[in-house]
Design a protein around this ligand. Sequence first.
Ligand code: C5P
Length: 231
Amino acid sequence: MTRPQKFWAVVPAAGVGKRMNAGRPKQYLELGGKTVLEHTLSRLLQSEAFAGIAVAVSEDDGYWPDLPVASHPQIIRAKGGIERADSVLSALTALRHLAADDDWVLVHDAARPCITASDIHLLIGTLRDDDVGGILALASHDTLKNVDKGSILGTLDRSHIWRALTPQMFRYQALKNALEMHQGNPAITDEASALELQGQQPKIVEGRPDNIKITRPEDLALANFYMEQQQ
Ligand code: C5P
C-alpha cells in the first residue's frame, strides 16, 4: 500500500526586518493583540492542511519562547540562517526524519499574516498532481519600467509579469536539492528561483491581493484592515 501524500509547511521567521525601523523584528510586531508570526502560524494551523510546520527562528531570538504557539505539537523549531534561503533549508533539514522525498512542502513567509485557508487549499488543489509544483502569484496591473541610474531604459511587457507571493509549493527532496545546489547565490530570493535554475518551470496560481508581506511600517495598518475585511 502506498503511503498517503503529506503536506508540510515551512515558515522562515529569522529576518530582522531592517525596512521597518521598529526596534524588533517585523514578525514580532503587534497586530490586533497578537504578533504577526502568531497570526501567520494560526492561519496555517487552522487550514488543517499540514502534517507539521517547521519554523526557522534565530538562535538568539528572545521572543519566540514566550509565544504559546511555540509549544504546539505540530510546530517544529529550526535554526534561522543568514539569508531567507538558508533559513528555509535549515527548516527542511529539521523535517528530514518526518517528510518523504515526494511529500509536498509549502514555504510561507512569516511576514504574510493575511494568508487565507482558501488560498492554501487553492494552491494545493491545483498543484497536488503536478510534477514540479508552483507558487501563488499576482498579475501586475502597473506599467513596469526597466530603470538604470534614475533613467528609464524601457517598458516591460506586463502581460508576462507576475508578482511572486507565498506559499510556494514544491516536493520535499527536489526543493532541498535545489536550495543546497544554489546556496549563497544572491539570485535565489524565493523557492521558485532555485527550481528555475535547475531548469524547471514552476506553475503560477493566481492568489488573493490581500496576501501582503509586511515590509514597511504602513503595511501593518493595511494588514489590520484586510484582516477585519476577511472576518
Ligand atoms: O526580508 P523579507 O521580507 O524578504 O523576508 C521574508 C521572510 O523571510 C520573512 O518571514 C523573514 O523573517 C524571513 N527571513 C528568514 N531568514 C533570513 C531573512 C529573512 O527567515 N535570514
